[in-house]
Design a binder for this molecule. Structure first.
Ligand SMILES: Nc1ncnc2c1ncn2[C@@H]1O[C@H](COP(=O)(O)OP(=O)(O)OP(=O)(O)O)[C@@H](O)[C@H]1O
Ligand SMILES: [Mg+2]
Length: 370
């Protein structure tokens, strides 16, 4: 059993605090992905788990043991980095078996293990090659095999796929998930690629400037983002936002262009007067005749995405996108109506970006703008 418990962990470099009291539990055998933009503290958090960075405050436990003062090698973690340094003069088999050789394992036993692990990552044919004779993806697999063979309790990955081309990245991501399903080591995987995160994770951790905004399954994070930051970060093409205010009259939200959404949930009454951000994903709306939908904008330009088209509109002065597989044609400047699926409406307090849950079942239609 190797769960990881992170309690109120902080990290400062000199006077700069870059991790601000983070709490997170990674369950035994779970695959957790830490996602966030550059500089938000993903690598720092991972390196503190591995023991490659000191912890400035708080506590990290692995399998119930506080590891704050343990050396990296005493923690039972294997790390796979973006720049996996393989030994260039050793063959694939020697690279994979090196840790076991150092640990004093006898050759026949070692070779059996190397063969088994190489097979599990599809490297059997390449055992006698040197790293210089391998593709990027094959080298990546050697790095994985080298980590797997140590039978770590915990796997830590820091953007291990970012050096690969798009196709290999996808292949390796599937490979990593397959390997995880088989060996079930507790895994923490850092990336800034949301597709990679969504497809690999049992649960995702969304980081924002040294804090955690949300922890949840990919579906939870996508369907019920906890903050406006998570809402804007997860989802591609990105969610649209409009400003509004919850008015005193029985929970209506007034938009800048005087259209309104009527809601009657208890949440609406407790937030009367609150300034809000309304979020709508491009895929949760359709285009219609001007005035026939909930919103009216003007057509700006079109982006072809293959299976669908992305329509860039301006609503008041706000850029707004709608995804449509019907692909209607418009001229720049044409008025266009937008019909929204209001059960997919997201509402956030403008003040701090925190989600307000509206009861979707009582959300009534937005009145079209006059
Ligand atoms: N050795 C250091 N000294 C001072 N500041 C540091 C040091 N290492 C990292 N930082 C700062 O800590 C913050 C978090 O860095 P970190 O490397 O964890 O970001 P990240 O989320 O992994 O970003 P990226 O996606 O670019 O790898 C950044 O603001 C960075 O400048
Ligand atoms: Mg990093």
């Amino acid at each position: 059993m190797a769960n990881i418990d992170i309690r109120r962990v902080t990290k400062s470099y000199g006077k700069d605090e870059v991790i601000h009291g983070v709490d997170l539990t990674v369950n035994n055998g779970e695959f957790v992905v830490i996602l966030g933009p550059s500089g938000c503290g993903k690598s720092t958090l991972l390196r503190m788990i591995a023991g490659l960075e000191d912890i400035s405050g708080g506590e990290i436990s692995i399998a119930g043991t506080v590891v704050n003062d343990l050396e990296p090698r005493q923690r039972g973690c294997a790390m796979v980095f973006q720049n996996y340094a393989l030994y260039p003069h050793m063959t694939v088999a020697e690279n994979i078996g090196y840790a076991l050789k150092v640990a004093g394992m006898k050759k026949p036993e070692r070779l059996d293990k190397v063969r088994a692990v190489a097979k599990s990552v599809g490297l059997e044919e390449f055992m006698d090659r040197k790293p210089g004779q391998l593709s990027g993806g094959q080298r990546q697999r050697v790095a994985m095999a080298r980590a797997i063979i140590r039978e770590p309790k915990v796997f830590l990955f820091d953007e291990p796929l970012s050096n690969l081309d798009a196709k290999l990245r996808v292949q390796m991501r599937h490979e990593i998930r397959r390997i995880h399903n088989r060996i079930k080591a507790t895994s923490v995987f850092v990336t800034h690629d949301q597709h990679e995160g969504m497809t690999l994770a049992d649960r995702m951790v969304i980081m924002n400037k040294g804090t955690i905004d949300q922890v949840g399954t990919p579906e939870e994070v996508y369907n019920r983002p906890a903050t406006v930051y998570v809402a804007g970060f997860i989802g591609s093409p990105a969610m649209n936002f409009l400003s509004g205010q919850i008015s005193a009259e029985q929970g209506a939200i007034l938009l800048a262009d005087d259209s309104r959404i009527e809601i009657s949930g208890a949440q609406a009454r407790t937030h009367v007067g609150a300034l809000v951000q309304l979020g709508l994903r491009p895929e949760d709306m359709t285009l219609c005749a001007p005035g026939a939908g909930h919103l009216t904008g003007t057509f700006d330009f079109y982006e072809e995405l293959g299976s669908a088209g992305l329509y860039h509109l301006m609503i008041e002065d706000v850029p707004f996108t709608v995804l449509s597989s019907a692909k209607p044609r418009f001229q720049h400047g044409d008025p266009v109506g937008v019909l929204a699926d209001l059960s997919k409406l997201h509402v956030f307090r403008a003040q701090d970006g925190v989600r307000i849950d509206m009861d979707a079942s009582v959300t009534r239609q937005m009145e079209p703008a006059e």
